[in-house]
Design a protein around this ligand. Structure first.
Ligand code: PLP
Length: 410
């Protein structure tokens, strides 16, 4: 770290060492550009990991938070919070859900869904033993004890045993394996309460769900009464080019969770469900900050701006532009690159599985050239810019990626 106005050593002495960090200290942002403490500019195709929906310091968001902070930041859920009702109404009017519970993060939203599934299993399915929740291998659902257990990647479990009871894992996009697992648990009466899946696995390598698979999962859940729960924390709120990732798959879940993009950089999470899954009663679940006036004003501003600025269309068009540019690079480096996959503005540049170079090498080379990218596992480079990204910025990102690949591969 060579920054003059930022002391990385002091930072490292006091902040707990839980993240591997790039030698970059960020201070300011505008749109899709961020600046470091030395005044160097970077094109931000990480967006706080698929979080800064409107980029940085969007005028509508600045106006809303500035106004709201002078009115009311926080009151308890002991009282009606009109802005919370407004955001919940927008979410239910624009999705298959009937009810919303607000919290503060993706992991918390999934914790809520896990509790809901257990209560549903006990009260609606009559499960007497342990209600099971099935999740996918290579999934990611968060870092709290229950959500890291739900996460189907052993590397996240290492060092934290015993894990939470009541979870099992199935391969993603494999309906036969899922049917077999459900059948084995349910052979002596109902035991599976819910199946929790991402519409597209983000952390697991930008791995989109298969339409036919999800149709069959929906059917299996309808046959058995099992809840279909979808973790939309990374792809929900427009990133896929539709408002919800499950719309890409042509199905409606019973429960889905949101966070990242819903707050555009402010901490908010939400767990949504239909009437069938609406089993919580007063006292069952709560959050001090959840759905406070400040973050709900933020969430409403993100929602309205997505509508007013036609951002879903921008996501589709810019996503196509980005994938077309990346496909050309795949054609240029067939020995090193295996392909491009993704929806809308969540895309992965996939390396050949047995190559010498890893995604992190490309991410580092791009950083040196002024473009922020993030790996999704060892062999996938993830592109998740703000949903407001322009044609010119996508062009620039492709040009910088081209330079970075030349440095890494040539
Ligand atoms: C980021 C993420 C989470 C965890 O969200 P936090 O806000 O970090 O707790 C859960 N599920 C998915 C799919 C995510 O991408």
């Amino acid at each position: 770290m060579t920054a003059t106005s930022f002391n990385a050593a002091a930072f490292d002495e006091s902040v707990m060492y839980t993240y591997g960090r790039f030698p970059l200290a960020l201070e300011r942002g505008q749109g899709c550009i961020v600046w470091d403490t030395e005044g160097l500019a970077y094109l931000d195709f990480v967006a706080g990991i698929a979080t800064c929906t409107l980029g940085h310091s969007h005028p509508a968001l600045v106006e809303a938070v500035t106004d709201q902070v002078t009115k009311l930041q926080h009151v308890s859920n002991l009282y009606y919070i009109p802005l919370q009702g407004e955001l919940a109404s927008w979410l239910t009017a624009n999705s298959c859900a009937d009810r919303v519970f607000f919290c503060n993060s993706g992991a918390e939203a999934n914790e809520g869904a896990i509790k809901l599934a257990r209560k549903y299993g006990h009260t609606k399915l009559g499960i007497e033993g342990m209600p099971m929740i099935l999740t996918a291998q290579a999934s990611f659902h968060g870092r709290t004890l229950a959500t890291v257990t739900a996460t189907g990647q052993p590397k996240y479990h290492k060092g934290f045993t015993p894990m939470v009871q009541g979870f099992d894992y199935v391969p993603y996009n494999d309906i036969e394996a899922l049917r077999a697992t459900v059948a084995s648990f349910n052979s002596e009466g109902p035991q599976v309460a819910a199946i929790l899946l991402e519409p597209l696995q983000g952390e697991g390598g930008v791995n989109p769900g298969d339409v036919e698979y999800f149709k069959q999962v929906r059917q299996l859940c309808d046959e058995t009464g099992i809840l279909l729960m979808m973790d939309e924390v990374q792809v929900g709120m427009g990133r896929s080019g539709k408002l919800w990732g499950h719309q890409q798959l042509g199905i409606e879940p019973d429960v889905f969770t949101l966070a990242k993009g819903l707050g555009g950089g402010f901490p908010i999470g939400a767990m949504l469900c239909n009437e069938k899954a609406n089993v919580f009663q007063p006292g069952d679940h709560a959050s001090t900050f959840g759905g406070n006036p400040f973050v709900c004003r933020v969430g409403m501003t993100i929602a309205k701006t997505i509508e007013q600025e036609n951002l879903l269309e921008n996501v589709q068009v810019r996503g196509e532009q980005l994938r077309a540019g990346l496909e050309k690079l795949v054609a240029q480096y067939p020995k090193h690159l295996a392909g491009v996959r993704g929806w809308g503005l969540i895309n992965g540049l996939v390396l050949q599985p047995d190559g010498e170079k890893a995604a992190i090498d490309i991410v580092k080379a791009a950083l040196d050239e002024g473009l922020l990218l993030v790996p999704a596992g060892p062999t996938v480079v993830r592109f998740v810019p703000p949903l407001v990204v322009s044609e010119r910025e996508v062009e620039d990102a492709i040009a910088i990626t081209t330079k970075a690949l030349a440095k890494v591969f040539d």
